[in-house]
Design a protein around this ligand. Sequence first.
Ligand SMILES: *[C@@H]1O[C@H](CO)[C@@H](O)[C@H](O)[C@H]1NC(C)=O
Ligand SMILES: *[C@@H]1O[C@H](CO)[C@@H](O)[C@H](O)[C@H]1NC(C)=O
Length: 339
Amino acid sequence: MSGTSGSELRTSLKLPWRIRFILAALNAISNASIRRNGTVNRCLMTLIDFKVPPSDKPVKGVTTSDKPVKGVTTSDTTVDPSRNLWFRYFLPRGTTSGENLPIIVYFHGGSLVFLSPSSKSYDDLCRRLAGELPATVVSVNYRLAPEHKFPSPYEDGVEILKFIDENPPANADLTRCFIVGDSAGGNLVHHVTARAGEHDFRNLKIAGAILIQPFFGGEERTESEIQLAGTPLWSVERTDWCWKAFLPEGSDRDHPAANVFGPKSSDISGLKFPKSLVFMGGFDPLRDWQKRYCEGLKGNGKEVKVVDYPNAIHSFYIFPQLPESTLFLTELQDFIYSQ
Ligand SMILES: *[C@@H]1O[C@H](CO)[C@@H](O)[C@H](O)[C@H]1NC(C)=O
Ligand SMILES: *[C@@H]1O[C@H](CO)[C@@H](O)[C@H](O)[C@H]1NC(C)=O
């Protein structure tokens, strides 16, 4: 991207006006809801965070696919009421009793601060994954910052894996378990998978980790953060605020939760880490941090496949009408069904 100025890059971004409008609204309201004193106005967020209940009637996800797509039923399971730990389970219709599908444990995005499995955009996305791959999906309601800081969501993720190991959901093949998440959820994918590698599960086997535009960071300002400032959804002011809300008091953004292969990180070469798939986008200010993450994994002898869409913005996958969303589903399917 060298040789191109930030403003030239931004004006070369092509997006339908409807998506621009949605992103602008999301940006304005989420920005207005984060307060200078470090708290979040959760009431204000309900204006844009529409919640959908689970449904035992099969519903199809929004799709642009020309293949037949299965309807999906959903149900919610509470794991620990004291910390509001629960998950939404997505099961494709017509799965017969003996048929076991791969299981995706999904961590939603939202800057470690916002959203949940019942948020409409994530209910839709997980429904599309379940119906189109097909797969079963466990979408995790992990604890959010600033009310719950590091390492609360990582602990919640591991707790969910232990729970499904002991209580396998219907039609899930626990030996084909994939840890998947986008943005902040992609950050959780790394840390939950790393922590899970130290635990002996009875039946569950992690077959792969899939990080969709993961949220990583550090003290340094990277070239992509500078050049892509002002592209939809992200600004360094916002990411700085979110890291401060999430990381322990007194730590900086080089904390290993944010900067996995940074100056404060310990050696991970001995860590059990499965083959991973990382999605990046040309208009995502976080792309330089994601590149470094992939290089860090490779440098530690881990196998990683990188898929980089030059025209994709951060969060492209929640818009089925974007062409990359269709490519993305095919890529996921190939990865999951080849393991
Ligand atoms: C968010 O709001 C603050 C004022 O509260 C403003 O200074 C800042 O530029 C806004 N950021 C974005 C990305 O809109
Ligand atoms: C932060 O500001 C909000 C709204 O101004 C206020 O209700 C809340 O008590 C403040 N919290 C802290 C910890 O200062």
